[in-house]
Design a protein around this ligand. Sequence first.
Ligand code: XMP
Length: 520
Amino acid sequence: MQTGTDQDQILIIDLGSQFTQLIARRVRESGVYCEIVPCTVTTDVIRSFQPKAIILSGGPASVHEDASPTVSPAIFEMGLPILGICYGQQLMCQMLGGNVSVSLEREFGRAFVDVSKVCQLFQGVWESGQRHQVWMSHGDKVDNLPSGFEVVAKTDSAPYAAIADESRRFYGVQFHPEVVHTPDGAALLKNFTHAIAGCSGEWNMASFLETSIQAVREQVGDKRVICGVSGGVDSSVVAALLHKAIGEQLTCIFVDTGLLRMNEGQQVREMFESSFHIPLIYVDASMLFMNRLSGTSDPEEKRKIIGETFIEVFEQEAQNVGGADFLAQGTLYPDVIESVSFHGGPSATIKSHHNVGGLPERMNLQLVEPVRELFKDEVRALGIELGMPNDMVWRHPFPGPGLAIRIPGEITEEKVEILQKADAIYIEEIRNAGLYDAIWQAFVVLLPVKTVGVMGDSRTYEYVCALRAVTATDGMTADFFHYDYEFLGRVSNRIINEVKGINRVTYDITSKPPGTIEWE
Ligand code: XMP
């Protein structure tokens, strides 16, 4: 948590909604920094954060259930503007002396509110007498207001769809302004953060960069930092930011596992050395990884070998450069939020990065995590701010264990080479077709199956590969990408003609769930 800063910031208290992160996204898009905290947060912690206002999120519980999430009553005495959304509205009403009625039926989906009064929340967006689309997802509803509140909008089934106590600057909405299905929702939230809470809306990636450079300098002092880079967006942004903040106190280490995409090792080196002028220790450990993986087919066993070998190589290199006091990591905000037990209270354990898990403790290093308050697309915007090329910043995610989990069964050098060639052709065709940015992740999987084919006059007996492409927003769920057949035919022809070792191409049309994005 960023405490005691000069910037305008909003605190979002999480009451269990699946949309809490979306509230944060909308608030930040309005140029206001915000953080999410569990509902067990104390008023002391809130005070140290110095928020300009508080938002109470929605949540699936009923205020009438035993042990339903609640907040400290003292937050209503802090003199801060408060916006309660859905469950947050119900909780605020109940705690301030109103009443919430239990409903066995849920209202879910599109609804229309009739605006009865223009309060500050609606100013310049909604006018009295107008009807507007909103998105509802609730069971219980408020049926008696605490004193000081009045109704400002209602729907046919929710007479208290929006309420306001303008003198205390308390607002409540039954609907969800944070979802896109409430078309004016972002504008209403902006009214709350700007007009009501008085935030200036000056938070952006340029100001974030400035603040975090200062923070890194303060944290690190004159000590040394090591940073493992993989060529992925997160670690590259972290490295570029640290380099800007502490220059030569930073040492970047790039371990080439031999399981990267075609020419990737070279590209990463060029990007760091030529474009960023950041010295990079490049370690070609491909033979070591290949030897260790030899004879192993089990996916989890492969991950384990790769993870352990990575740590070993990284540790050795770090010692070779004379040791360091800090390890930089590209932890993102969703990892930070996920690792906090929101209803049981805050927990100190933060998920460690897939590839360097356990490393900080082992090497007795402290962590530097300059992007731990950012969402993925904010990291991308920061990358652009740092002058990174667009195609680097918008690269598809690539798993730590690399091509090893795209070759089901045993891995050999020959298979890695075949896969790299096929994958490069596939990605080139996707880029040529202008589809790269519409796809979350696309790659080829080399199957441990050989089939018979015919090329020219001869019989072939070679591997099958599967093309994979999915759309997703966070990788937790995914749908297969709907290519046209002509595109698939073109890719198939090129792979079979140009890659010796593959004579059959298939397309994977499994969504997640029930499948996963990777095959292993
Ligand atoms: P799955 O296959 O679980 O993938 O649907 C979801 C996202 O996570 C990536 N992934 C990994 N990333 N180490 C990583 O760093 C791993 O072991 C790993 N397994 C999957 C995958 O590429 C996708 O973006």
